[in-house]
Design a protein around this ligand. Sequence first.
Ligand SMILES: C[S@@+](CC[C@H](N)C(=O)[O-])C[C@H]1O[C@@H](n2cnc3c(N)ncnc32)[C@H](O)[C@@H]1O
Length: 212
Amino acid sequence: MEEAAAAELASGARDALLARLEEQATAENVPIIERQSAVLISLLTRLVRPDLIVELGTATGYSAIWLLRGWPQARLITFEVDESRAAQARRNLAEAGLAERTEVRVENAVGGLARLPSESAAVVVNDVLNGLRDELRVEECFRQVMHVLKPGGLLLADNELGAGGVQGGETREVRCVRRWNQLVAAEGSLSGSIVPVGDGLSMAVRHAGAAP
Ligand SMILES: C[S@@+](CC[C@H](N)C(=O)[O-])C[C@H]1O[C@@H](n2cnc3c(N)ncnc32)[C@H](O)[C@@H]1O
């Protein structure tokens, strides 16, 4: 049953719950990931087959549902500072039948990551780059992400293009996205790229052995 659902979702089809969350996001200005990026992160999760996914920025649980449907054996820990959004996410994940595989933590993701076991997550999704205050927070976020990311694991970050992060400009969001990209590029244990899908998705793999 879950296999069939995953195959259907990988082609971009979505059920009534996901369609409703997309409509709600538009109506209420909830900044969820674009659908084509959601399809891609779901497919990537299916390739990596993670035990544990860690997500920074839950909102209403839209991307969390795609991630978990990507790989039926995965558990997800997801961080959200907004209590009301976290409560909605819990309800939506329960409606999707995914509550038992998910832990929605109401706290700042950067502090929360520090308390997770070292190298415990095979997929980490950073969807708070637009919400971080400055480049110093981005640097701390990156340090904590590297603390939880397993060797061989996949690191994803959304909003690479919308904020103009790879094109220039000087808003806070641009500086944060640019700093993130610099950190990923400078980290010798990561190999990555930026894919112009949706709002732009950065993806990088942490080498399991010696860097190529
Ligand atoms: C882009 S939205 C997440 C969208 C979600 N991943 C999706 O695609 O369905 C970012 C969310 O992160 C939350 N947020 C911002 N900074 C945060 C932080 N430092 N720690 C945890 N949550 C944060 C915001 O309240 C917002 O709901």
